[in-house]
Design a protein around this ligand. Structure first.
Ligand code: ATP
Ligand code: MG
Ligand code: MG
Length: 312
């Protein structure tokens, strides 16, 4: 059986809501969609559980409010290998406006001590032996050094795990030096990484090709409603998702896309089917207030409306 783990070093309780338009400096009334144990890797694991793909989750959880997470993992049947550290897991506020634009207010949570980190590295290198896919998702908590993070990613590679890496800013920049097997930056994250402003999909493609040439086997760039590109040395695919007129929240679209890739890899779908599936599930996600999918059948109309073309 294919073994999958997702790693969330800096999880969060996500307070998700919707507002007409945010007025900065004013009182804004927000329709609450929910408060969920989240963080990118946890979201991926939840979507995978809905798709009947078993996964193990790890990372750090604050001991003070671990109960909500533990209950969520139990509910989804997700194997919990999170390290507990002193303090609280943070709360993030995510508010979607009517036009689909999301505003994130990310707070800070616990701090990882050098001893916590050392124990975590040892623990993961033991636990993840023999794992096929390890998705490392999201930002770094306070206390984790970039150089240590990179060294650990290299050790995961050395274990033989295919590392799927979805991060941003400095963590993305430094993590890339460890040559993860698959990355999924969004348009903006790629702009920040390459210090370039893209005016066209051609420019995004050129940047993705460059990363592939530098040693990243699979470069997937997501572009929100504009779809996605998947660059490898053998092919380039482009996907256009269905037009979604009822955007509820784009929170977790990228995480659903990562889960869609893992599902497809585990089920040996071909590249065209893989990008179609990842696009369909991520497009479906924006019609929902939370990540997850009731059943595979729910995705049928989305699968039918995705266009995938091989452009190289
Ligand atoms: P996240 O906030 O979860 O990290 P992201 O910014 O990494 O998301 P996006 O590029 O916004 O990821 O979206 C990922 C995928 O979700 C897109 O490639 C697309 O398939 C789908 N998607 C996102 N927004 C829309 C939309 N408005 N309409 C249709 N599909 C969408
Ligand atoms: Mg986005
Ligand atoms: Mg993302």
């Amino acid at each position: 059986m294919t073994k999958v783990a997702t790693i969330t070093l800096n999880p969060a309780m996500d307070l998700v809501g919707r507002v007409g338009e945010i007025e900065v400096g004013e009182v804004n009334t927000v329709e609450t969609l929910g408060l969920y144990p989240a963080g990118k890797g946890i979201n991926v694991a939840k979507v995978l559980a809905d798709l009947k793909v078993q996964s193990t989750v790890t990372g750090f959880l604050g001991a003070d409010n671990k109960g909500d997470f533990e209950a969520e993992f139990a509910k989804y049947g997700i194997e919990d290998k999170f390290a507990r550290v002193a303090g609280k897991t943070r709360v993030n506020i995510k508010v979607t406006q009517e036009d689909g634009e999301v505003t994130d207010l990310n707070f800070q949570g616990f701090t990882v001590t050098p001893a916590d980190w050392q124990a975590f590295v040892q623990q993961t290198l033991e636990q993840l032996k023999g794992f096929d896919y390890v998705a490392v998702c999201g930002s770094l908590p306070r206390g984790v050094e970039l150089a240590d993070f990179k060294a650990w990613l290299e050790q995961l590679n050395a274990l033989g795990c295919k590392v799927i890496f979805d991060s941003s800013n400095k963590a993305l920049e430094v993590g890339l030096q460890a040559n993860p097997w698959l990355i999924k930056p969004n348009w903006r994250e790629l702009e920040v990484l390459t210090q370039t402003k893209f005016d066209s999909i051609e420019q995004v493609l050129a940047a993705a090709r460059q990363l592939n040439a530098q040693g990243i086997t699979n470069v997937v760039v997501s572009m929100g409603a504009k779809g996605s590109l998947w660059v490898t040395k053998d092919f380039v695919y482009q996907a256009q998702p269905p037009k979604i007129t009822n955007v509820v929240s784009t929170v977790g679209a990228g995480d659903s896309m990562v889960a869609g890739f893992i599902y497809s890899l585990v089920n040996n779908l071909d590249p065209e089917q893989t990008l179609r599936f990842a696009s369909a599930i991520s497009a479906y996600a924006v019609t929902q207030g939370n990540v997850g999918v009731e059943s595979l059948e729910t995705l049928d109309p989305f699968l039918a409306q995705v266009t995938v073309s091989k452009i190289a």
